[in-house]
Design a protein around this ligand. Structure first.
Ligand code: ATP
Ligand code: PRP
Length: 212
């Protein structure tokens, strides 16, 4: 790696963090403390000057767009919802892969009104139905979307599916795939210019690691 400047990398906590650590280790970036054990939110790494900041998935694009972090690792689902323009998205890291789907009850009653769709992905859902010319009522939830059809809150949900176990356990079936999801590397536009010498070889090494 060339000249080391200070570099802050924002990583979504949870499953993306777990899958990001081996990729970062491939760049010789290893947190000095175990993120699963420490309460610290900013972690020093084996590369002097390079730090990891562990934040909620939905906050990663905000930290990177405003330059509080130079780079970030975040799901495409979050990026689609964020919709910001002030970010580079140079690499599909191919981790935390799943699908965003429209799902509904296995056995459905007839619906004689506008379809109700519960989701935390309101923007992506609105765009999806708009491209089909369909008007639906979107109900914003913050988690456990699978509950909505069971309790009669909504007719459909838009959520992420991997194994399909969560849908199945709640009597739901996938109806349409909206998009494939994986985690992306994002880079602050100013950092891409100012820290290019440092960031470019990292991007190249990561691209090789993920087979691009
Ligand atoms: P928060 O707790 O901040 O609300 P969250 O519950 O969405 O976030 P995670 O469940 O760790 O956090 O998911 C973070 C990211 O992991 C998602 O944005 C998505 O890109 C990916 N992801 C979510 N569910 C799955 C899944 N079942 N399989 C693979 N990847 C997933
Ligand atoms: C995600 C998603 C689904 C589940 C799908 O939830 O929101 O509920 O995974 O995975 P599966 O198809 O393999 O069952 P997560 O486990 O992240 O819980 P949360 O979103 O409620 O935090």
């Amino acid at each position: 790696m060339s000249k080391t400047q200070n570099l802050m990398i924002a990583v979504s906590k949870g499953r993306i963090l777990a899958e990001s650590l081996p990729l970062l280790a491939g760049l010789d970036i290893r947190p000095l403390e175990d993120p699963a054990l420490t309460r610290k939110l900013i972690l020093e790494t084996t590369q002097p000057g390079i730090k990891l900041v562990i934040v909620r998935a939905t906050d990663v694009p905000t930290y990177v767009e405003y330059g509080a972090a130079d780079m970030g690792i975040v799901g495409k689902d979050v990026l689609l919802e964020y919709g910001g323009k002030g970010l580079y998205e140079p690499l599909d890291l191919k981790i935390a892969r799943c699908r965003m789907v429209l799902a509904g009850p296995k056995k459905e009653q007839q619906i004689n009104r506008r379809l109700r769709v519960a989701t935390k992905y309101t923007r992506t859902t609105r765009d999806y139905f708009a491209t089909q010319g369909k008007q639906v009522e979107i109900i914003k939830l913050y988690g456990s979307m699978e509950l909505a059809p069971i309790l009669g809150l909504a007719d459909r949900i838009v959520d992420l599916v991997d194994t399909g176990n969560t849908l199945k356990a709640n009597g739901l079936v996938p109806l349409e795939t909206i998009t494939d999801i994986s985690s992306r590397l994002i880079v602050n536009t100013a950092a891409m210019k100012m820290k290019h010498e440092q960031i470019k070889p990292m991007l190249e090494r990561l691209a090789r690691q993920v087979g691009q």
